[in-house]
Design a protein around this ligand. Structure first.
Ligand code: SF4
Length: 399
């Protein structure tokens, strides 16, 4: 099977993977509720809003999962991807106060912090021999302009040239542009020239301004999120995209969110990966949140895989959903489990108990136990390498 990358070849129901998918679909009998959707796929008709809602309401989770798995297998065979990465959150000081956020602090809080460039590089140096990506997002610092980030990225690239920089959410980009008195595009150009490799896609939450007004008042609007990612794609900066579910959104709003992302991906081919993750409530201020069950998390992964035919990869973000569900999600349409991560604050402060400091061997064990083949990838999904775990050390029998 081809190593699919984020490219036009992947997008919009490319005949190569659609042929494989249709053969699989025809080999099964489908329930009355899923059959109309399967028929649309077989006839190369793109799924729409009502189909997305029907998928969410499908009573048989396992049949929904099978439909998603067929999509994943048509695109990637049995492969499942991960990388060696580390998360460094540069600051928790933020001028906003989103109600779902357990991470941000006001500048005067006892545990507020802002890593200087030297502090950041010291932190990165501890992990540098083991990783090829640093993932950095943080609060909206009231003073750091684009110049601060350009200096940081230049230093990372010159001192750790093997490390890709996946950094800054859309709202961070907007904030930097405003503080620096630059357009969004000029901000992104400067960051890219300084070494930024891709945008991680965080901050999409739910792309509906009524929901945003409640859960993240003051953040970028839905359209601004789309526009910022479009600008990134236009200058050759790929990005991921996300969805935070289980707060106050409806099923329809989830579907509309996905379709907005699918439409932009069809236009720019710049989204590499969709990362849906459920709201975690600890230390947040959203008592009215619905919260998500395990079956709902698997359902969201499955629906994403089926609906988002122009976004190549679907990530089971184990930092949020934990290793056990991430493993199951590989059977429900996900093809990626992120990376080694090493350290993480944002999800853990909100209640995640996902283990940290996983090495590649443990990740490959997780992938294999889901029946998949472990493949290491780079940040932008252009380099792949089958992961073969090292042989266990054989101990000599005691004399
Ligand atoms: S989600 Fe981001 S922008 Fe919102 S309060 Fe938290 S750190 Fe600030």
């Amino acid at each position: 099977m081809t190593e699919w990358v984020s490219s036009p070849k992947m997008a919009d129901r490319h005949p190569e993977w659609m042929d494989i998918l249709c053969t699989s679909l025809r080999s099964e009998t489908w329930s009355d509720t899923l059959n109309p959707i399967v028929q649309k796929i077989l006839n190369n008709v793109q799924l729409e809003e009502e189909d997305g809602v029907a998928l969410f309401n499908e009573p048989n989770l396992f049949e929904l999962g099978k439909l998603a798995l067929f999509h994943k297998q048509a695109m990637f065979g049995e492969k499942a991807y991960f990388n060696s990465n580390v998360h460094i959150n540069q600051t928790n000081i933020c001028v906003l106060a989103c109600r779902f956020c357990a991470f941000r602090r006001g500048p005067k809080a006892d545990d507020a912090y802002a890593l200087t460039i030297e502090n950041y590089l010291e932190e990165l140096a501890k992990f540098s021999p083991y990783v090829n990506e640093v993932h950095s997002v943080g609060g909206l610092h009231p003073e750091w302009t684009v110049e601060h980030y350009c200096q940081l990225f230049q230093r990372i690239r010159s001192e750790h040239p093997h490390i890709s920089i996946k950094a800054l959410t859309a709202v961070e980009v907007k904030h930097l542009a405003q503080l620096s008195n630059l357009s969004i595009k000029e901000t992104l150009v400067q960051l890219k020239n300084a070494g930024l490799t891709s945008l991680p896609g965080g901050g999409a939450e739910i792309l509906d301004d009524e929901v945003r007004a409640v859960i993240c008042n003051g953040k970028e609007s839905s359209q601004e999120y789309i526009d910022i990612h479009q600008s990134a794609h236009e200058i050759g900066l790929p990005s991921n995209c996300t969805m935070l579910f289980g707060t106050i959104e409806s099923t329809l709003q989830r579907v509309q969110h996905m379709l907005k992302l699918r439409d932009l991906a069809s236009q720019t081919h710049g989204f590499q990966c969709f990362v849906p993750y459920p709201f975690l409530p600890d230390s947040t201020r959203l008592p009215m949140a619905q919260l998500s069950t395990g079956q709902e998390i698997l359902r969201v992964i499955a629906v994403s895989r089926i609906l988002l035919d122009s976004i190549p990869h679907i990530k089971a973000y184990r930092m949020n959903i934990g290793d056990e569900l991430a493993e199951l999600a590989l059977q429900f349409g996900a093809d990626d489990i992120d990376g080694t991560v090493q350290q993480e604050s944002i999800m853990h402060l909100a209640g995640s108990t996902a283990p940290l400091s996983h090495d590649l061997k443990q990740l490959s064990k997780l992938v294999k136990s889901a029946g998949c083949v472990p493949v290491k990838r780079n940040t932008i999904y252009t380099e792949f390498e089958a992961y073969v775990p090292p042989e266990p050390i054989k101990r000599l029998p005691m004399a």
